[in-house]
Design a protein. Structure first.
Length: 384
């Protein structure tokens, strides 16, 4: 298949999660919704079911979810519930709700109450350990993942074997490696992989079985390797934030010859930075070790936070990937991001990394201010 045909197929999947869900159900598959983020999708895959990401929507308006959510919830969480209520995702066979932030912590209860009238939608609560690296943190994580495993076994109607989990780990590690390679190739061929296409390719991974997705992505990677080196005349930036998948917003990048060299986005590269070890006798411990190995995330506890390691990490990412600056997409009402910004700005300033901060949410329809800010930032970077 050609580059364009593969991208077109993945972009269509990324844009229509409801259709993808209906197709899975028509095939007789059970599908489990996964709210952001760091849930052990491997357990869903090992159960013979389909994990499907719930990351809100760029083309819906919050209506029914207002009855159950506080107004200061981020739009990602509110629109996730909206899609359960408006029929887009109500065919799910269950939902896993991580508690990685204050907004997500009560979402299991919001969903249980909101979906009670449908007499369905098992809601699986997942509490990650704050201290994830010590032995007691690993044990807590294994215990939580074991609860997830048992709940998924009830939904699937069959036990989840250790062998199935080991296989799922290999499938997911292979997928993560392919996505890391794609991100690198996208930067090298940014004349072909525009910000909009890059986002769509990565976003599709949340709505597909990982083995099927990886097969298509590896084919795309092989085609990209055949292309001549890109002589990019524009500027390159690193993007950061929880999510940056709005096509209208990303089109502004393209209009101003701004390419994405790398990203520190939760929905994108943060989700596939670390693999689960494949040499562990206990696959549940392997999944816990993978979570423990995650780092440099605003939503993860850092025992060395006084050293501003995350700020330095992001600043180094800009330099190491040949970018001229950073664009931070700050989700409205995201307290962790807002509280982190002063330390992040300090690290960027000290490293001499230029950046801009844009407040966004998924109900934005007017991007005039963002367009002006991105254009001005691009002009400044081009003049350096």
């Amino acid at each position: 298949m050609s580059i364009e045909s593969i991208i077109s197929e993945l972009a269509s999947i990324a844009a229509h999660p409801g259709k993808q869900l209906a197709d899975f159900k028509a095939q007789g598959k059970k599908v489990i919704g996964i709210l952001p983020y760091y849930a052990p999708e491997e357990l869903v895959y090992a159960a013979g079911m389909v994990p499907m990401g719930i990351w809100g929507s760029n083309d819906k308006t919050i209506s029914m979810a207002k009855e159950y959510c506080a107004t200061f919830y981020c739009t990602i969480a509110q629109l996730g519930l909206e899609m359960l209520l408006d029929g887009t995702l109500d065919q799910l066979d269950g939902v896993i709700t991580p508690t990685i932030c204050d907004t997500l912590r009560p979402m299991s209860q919001n969903i249980r109450v909101a979906m009670a009238k449908y007499e369905k939608m098992p809601t699986i609560f997942l509490a990650h350990p704050q201290n994830r690296k010590p032995a007691y943190g690993l044990k807590f994580c294994v215990d939580q993942y074991t609860n997830i495993r048992k709940a998924l076994e009830e939904i699937s109607g069959a036990p989840i074997t250790d062998e199935a989990i080991q296989n799922a780990i290999k499938v997911y590690n292979k997928s993560r490696a392919a996505r890391r390679e794609f991100v690198k190739l996208a930067s090298e061929h940014c004349d072909v992989i525009t910000p909009t296409k890059r986002s769509a390719v990565l976003k599709a991974s949340w709505f597909m079985l990982k083995d099927e997705y990886t097969e298509k992505l590896e084919a795309l990677n092989e085609e990209l390797k055949k292309l001549p080196a890109c002589d990019w005349k524009g500027v390159k930036v690193v993007t950061s934030g929880i999510i940056c998948d709005n096509p209208t917003l990303l089109k502004i990048f393209e209009d101003n010859n701004v390419a994405i060299a790398a990203d520190d986005v939760a929905q994108e590269s943060r989700s596939f930075r670390a693999d689960a070890p494949e040499d562990q006798a206990d696959p549940m411990m392997a999944l816990a070790l993978q979570f423990a190995s995650l780092d440099h995330d605003v939503l993860l506890y850092d025992e060395h936070s006084s050293e501003n390691r995350r700020g330095e990490f992001v600043a180094n990412m800009v330099k190491e990937n040949g970018a001229q600056g950073l664009i931070l997409f700050m989700q409205q009402f995201c307290d962790p991001e807002e509280m982190e910004y002063p330390s992040l700005k300090k690290a960027l300033d000290e490293a001499g990394v230029m950046h801009i901060k844009l407040g966004i949410d998924q109900q934005m329809r007017d991007f005039g201010q963002a367009a002006t800010a991105i254009q001005a930032f691009a002009d400044v970077l081009k003049s350096l």
